[in-house]
Design a protein around this ligand. Structure first.
Ligand code: PLP
Length: 447
């Protein structure tokens, strides 16, 4: 029997973690191709990213404001201007189980498209949960454990983030409690099973376990939930428990930092190819973390060394925060408990339609990605769901990997570009943020 069926005095399930806390490196060799530092675009930006504001005072946040939610190491990373931040060896050891992730030339896709572009993809689906999210989950769990947190709370949509944090919590000896958007909790149980296998507890959100959840249920008993609602619940649960902290899988600066291992590896791996640079890079954008991870190191190189890589953020037409949203301060959650973030937003109360790419259903966009768009350092395009899946199927049939529904947005945009004459002779990079093996019902619905 899995470890989930333990209950507290009030009959709520309690997450159990049998793994002993292991924060010291185990001392095994880590290949030198696993990055030693995270890269921070803030050091190379021509103008600083606008600060996060306190939701009450509207003044820039202080470290003390964030201390109830995050460990100090992550609070420092949220505001650091240092170009490189050293990756703790324990985190590198865990990364080494799947990093460096492959950079693959998509020869068969090129042939299928008849393109004169050279297409590469950087494949994050080789991680234990099948996406890029563990890159930050492991780092966040590590710093929390180091500072004495025993439990992490978080929200999840389709479940990729909940599964990633559960994986990281298990390896680092933390318990983990996840609020999952109700629509996904009901329709997509497999990632919940994954979370439970790792020892976490997963609640359907809005739940009756928090004040904000009870208020949202009272306002609309039939709500299908949203990420914004689930965030309110997870933040409230962490704020009320002195041994618990909250963990966010995207959007915040420290998450962009941790994900930079992706693009840094690309730069190293390119040295073994004929390419001097990537000409155009496509990444899907929900909260912005895989896009930032893949492309901020390339944008940094543009700014420092004069390379001319174009970066295209690919978002769903159904949740178009970058292409249709306003660039202004907004809350990250529905209840307004989180700091105000300057971002491209559709409004905190926006409930996106139930598209298959659950990871792209967020009303806002990372402040750093929003700022980079505003500065003209990247471009954005919206892709509709049918076009995205058509691209995903084309990719699967040529290359064999079934892309995550989120990743298909980048795949489809790259395919469309590779079909144009403009791409002749260019190098094109696709951020393949995850695989779609647990999302096959979405493919079945399309095919
Ligand atoms: C969560 C997720 C995304 C979207 O999140 P970002 O922060 O925008 O990266 C994209 N792809 C996959 C596979 C995901 O799991």
């Amino acid at each position: 029997m899995l470890t989930r069926n333990h209950f507290d005095d009030e009959g709520c399930p309690v997450s159990q973690n049998p793994t002993p806390r292991q924060l010291e490196p185990l001392g095994h060799a880590v290949p030198s191709t696993v990055p030693t530092h995270w890269y921070n675009l803030a050091a190379d930006l021509p103008e600083p990213t606008p600060p996060h504001l306190h939701p009450g005072t509207q003044q820039p946040l202080t470290p003390d404001d964030l201390a109830p939610l995050f460990p100090m190491a992550l609070i420092e990373q949220e505001v650091t201007q240092e170009r490189y931040v050293e990756i703790p060896q324990t985190v590198r050891e865990i990364y080494a189980t799947w990093r460096p992730s492959p950079l693959v030339r998509a020869h068969r896709l090129e042939r299928a498209l008849g393109t004169k572009a050279r297409i590469y993809y950087k494949y994050e689906g080789v991680s234990p949960v099948g996406s890029h999210k563990p890159n930050t989950a492991v780092a966040q769990a590590y710093y929390n454990a180091l500072e004495g947190t025993t439990k992490l709370t978080t929200e999840t949509g389709a479940g990729q983030w909940g599964a990633s944090l559960s994986f990281a919590a298990a390896l680092l000896g933390l318990t983990c409690e996840v609020w999952q958007v109700r629509a996904s909790y009901d329709a997509k149980p497999y990632r919940r099973f994954q979370m439970e296998a790792y020892g976490s507890v997963c609640h359907s959100s809005p739940s009756d376990l928090t004040e904000s959840g009870r208020a949202m249920n009272a306002a609309d008993p039939d709500t299908t939930g949203s990420l914004g609602m689930a965030i309110s619940e997870a933040v409230e649960a962490a704020a009320k428990d002195p041994l618990a902290h909250y963990s966010l899988g995207s959007v915040l600066n420290h998450v962009m930092l941790h994900q930079s291992v992706i693009g840094q590896e690309v730069l190293t791996q390119l040295a073994d190819t004929e390419e001097k640079q990537i000409d155009v890079a496509f990444g899907c954008a929900g909260g912005g973390s895989n896009l930032a991870g893949l492309t901020f190191p390339l944008i940094g190189q543009n700014l420092r060394e004069g390379t001319t890589t174009r970066v295209v953020a690919c978002e769903p037409a159904a949740c178009p925060s970058l292409t249709q949203g306003e660039y202004r301060y907004d809350h990250g959650d529905v209840a307004g408990l989180t700091p105000l973030l300057k971002m491209h937003t559709l409004g905190k109360d926006f409930v996106p339609p139930a598209i298959h790419a659950g990871g792209l259903r967020y009303h806002g966009m990372a402040p750093m990605v929003s700022h980079a768009l505003n500065l003209g350092l990247l471009e954005a395009t919206a892709v509709d769901q049918d076009t995205a899946f058509r691209g995903g199927v084309e990719f699967a049939r040529a290359e064999g990997i079934i892309p995550a529904p989120e990743s298909t947005h980048a795949v489809a945009a790259a395919i469309a570009y590779a079909r144009t004459a403009e791409s002749d002779g260019q190098s094109v990079l696709i951020g393949l943020s995850g695989n779609g093996v647990l999302d096959l019902p979405a493919y079945a619905a399309y095919v």
